[in-house]
Design a protein around this ligand. Structure first.
Ligand SMILES: [Zn+2]
Ligand SMILES: [Zn+2]
Length: 582
């Protein structure tokens, strides 16, 4: 068994140990589901009239340690549905789970916690797998409680979800707790406010962030960098309206599935409009506006534009999950034989961009190739021979770009295979940012064609791609990755000028003009406070360069520069400062 599976089993078993402990303390508790998670486990409970809180954790953990120390063996047994119903008669959630098993025509599996004398001390309904005995669950800690609807459905009862962390040893737990502490310090909602990057308004609504001038600098820096790279790779910018008739999505096939997640717009007439949740169907109509020849391909469109999704209010979170998200979107229309070159170009753009943002570093990202499930070919639309070629091409292009790829069978969308890039931030959390998604279906739905060498109509392939994903989410990632101390090229203010006294004001004004002319975002902090206080303020605002201007500097000497986080000053000419900020 590999380590990942061993940890998974520990985590999952720990949730049973918690349930056993809770059952001892609260015999009337009813139980929902309890899976393992990436860091531990959770379990849903109904505590009736006496809610559980973090104040109860100490007592529960004490009981859990007792269960671990007893080293009960976990023994599996199968029983009939009827027996299971009798055993769990008092628990409506367990009964619902058993009915689910009954519908599938499966047997019920139980796990008994068996003591040294062979007596079952606790029994839970579960298919496993678990560790062999409770002594093997490693180091655990209960983390938090939250509300969660039964089956995730808001029409169902609200249960109490108790989260725990489980790790192979105490070091693993300590590292995780440290990560959580760091994550709280870096929380983009907190830093976004402190650094004045974005705001929200009750009058506008939740999940609809407003970017301040400072935040807009960061956004623009990201956007400009992506656009620059895209232009260099033959992309051309397009612009589309943000609403459209619902007919567009009926044709694309999205309407049936997604109509409840869209914002509907009512105009004067009978036509039903929606806010666009994606840009692909719009882009197909630009492609379709002219007769295309094979000589015109590939055609590459890109734009940075907002999409709108009616997310559940409870799911909204700062910039990470919003109702209006700005995508760095692009679509390539090409022939089968051009897929490889186009994917290579997108990888080049992603490499250059994420190297500049600091996310692309050896060992810091993973690439996933999502392909078909070989067992279920009927799940996928489009010509199977084309799928074979496309999966092969994506694998080759990634290998030629020097990327190690994890092949994920069954993870492809029904319309085509894809390459996803997942990056780790400074505290090890993973974020999927870049994606390259082939599509054999949408060109069909919109009857897109080009004329081939023989004068016949052929279908192009469509490639959906994003480099940063949504700008809002990517900003959240970068704010937390850098803990608000952005690299100079994207910092809202790149240099703050600190004249020591009023006699240095004129020189400081001139220097600011000179820097601003060179494109540097420079601000002056006038001497109403002591120099020490102003230096501390510029460090708190995480400005990359603080420039101290006293008699030496006004007398023609080099500039005295303090970089963010540095203890010592450096001497630089104006030209050196400007090139350091590029
Ligand atoms: Zn289990
Ligand atoms: Zn698309």
């Amino acid at each position: 068994m590999n380590n990942e599976n061993a940890l998974f089993n520990m985590r999952h078993t720990a949730s049973h140990v918690m349930s056993y402990a809770i059952k001892m303390l609260r015999p009337d508790v009813k139980m929902g589901v309890g899976p393992a998670t990436e860091m531990g486990f959770y379990q849903d409970y109904d505590f009736g009239q006496t809610p559980l809180s973090v104040d109860d954790f100490k007592a529960i953990e004490k009981k859990m340690r007792w269960i671990v120390n007893k080293d009960f063996a976990l023994q599996k047994r199968e029983i009939s549905v009827a027996e299971a119903k009798e055993l769990f008669a008092g628990d409506p959630f367990k009964m619902a789970l058993i009915e689910g098993i009954e519908k599938k025509g499966e047997a019920c599996t139980l796990y008994d916690f068996v003591d040294g004398e062979g007596n079952a001390r606790y029994t839970d309904l579960c298919a496993g797998p678990h560790v062999a005995s409770t002594g093997q669950i490693g180091t655990f800690k209960l983390m938090k409680v939250a509300g969660a609807y039964w089956r995730g459905d808001e029409n169902e009862p609200m249960l109490t979800r108790v989260y725990g962390g489980t790790f192979a040893d105490a070091d693993g737990l300590a590292a995780h707790l440290h990560m959580l502490e760091e994550a709280a310090k870096r929380d983009h909602r907190k830093l976004g406010k402190e650094l004045d990057l974005y705001t929200t308004s009750d009058l506008i609504g939740s999940g609809l962030p407003l970017f301040t001038p400072r935040g807009t600098v960061v956004r623009d820096a990201i956007q400009d960098e992506i656009m620059k790279l895209q232009y260099a790779h033959g992309y051309r910018r397009v612009a589309i309206p943000h609403i459209c008739k619902k007919d567009l999505y009926e044709t694309s096939g999205h309407w049936q599935k997604y109509k409840d997640d869209l914002f509907h717009v009512h105009g004067k007439g009978d036509t039903e409009f929606v806010m666009k949740p994606m840009n692909c169907p719009h882009h197909t109509q630009i492609y379709a506006s002219q007769m295309r020849s094979y000589r015109d391909l590939p055609i590459r469109y890109c734009e940075v534009t907002a999409c709108y999704r009616d997310e559940q209010p409870g799911e909204l979170l700062g910039l990470s999950r919003v109702r209006a998200l700005t995508q760095d979107d692009g679509h390539v229309f090409c022939r089968m034989g051009q897929i490889k070159d186009e994917a290579a170009k997108i990888i080049d753009i992603a490499r250059a961009f994420h190297t500049k943002t600091g996310m692309w570093a050896e060992g810091n990202f993973e690439v996933y190739l999502s392909v078909r499930d070989p067992e279920k070919p009927e799940k996928y639309l489009g010509d199977s021979a084309n799928w074979d070629i496309a999966e092969q091409l994506l694998e080759e292009v990634a290998a030629e770009a020097g990327l190690k790829v994890k092949r994920e069978e069954g993870e492809a969308a029904f319309y085509g295979p894809k390459l996803d890039f997942q990056f780790a931030d400074a505290i090890g959390r993973k974020w999927q940012l870049t994606t390259i998604q082939l599509d054999f279906v949408m060109p069909d739905r919109f009857d897109l064609t080009y004329i081939n060498e023989a004068g016949e109509k052929e279908r192009p392939v469509m490639i959906h791609r994003a480099i940063a994903g949504s700008l809002e989410r990517f900003m959240a990632v970068l704010i937390e990755h850098y803990a608000g101390a952005f690299p100079a090229w994207m910092a809202p203010v790149q240099a703050v000028l600190l004249p020591v006294g009023q006699q240095h004001d004129a020189f400081t004004d001139d220097l600011q003009k000179q820097l601003m002319t060179a494109g540097v975002r420079a601000e002056i902090d006038v001497p109403t406070e002591t120099l020490g206080k102003r230096i501390r303020a510029s460090q708190k605002a995480k400005v990359p360069f603080s420039i101290i201007i006293g008699d030496t500097e006004t007398g023609g000497g080099p500039l005295t520069v303090r970089r963010y986080g540095a203890q010592k000053d450096e001497q630089m000419t104006v030209e050196e400062l400007i090139s350091a900020l590029a």
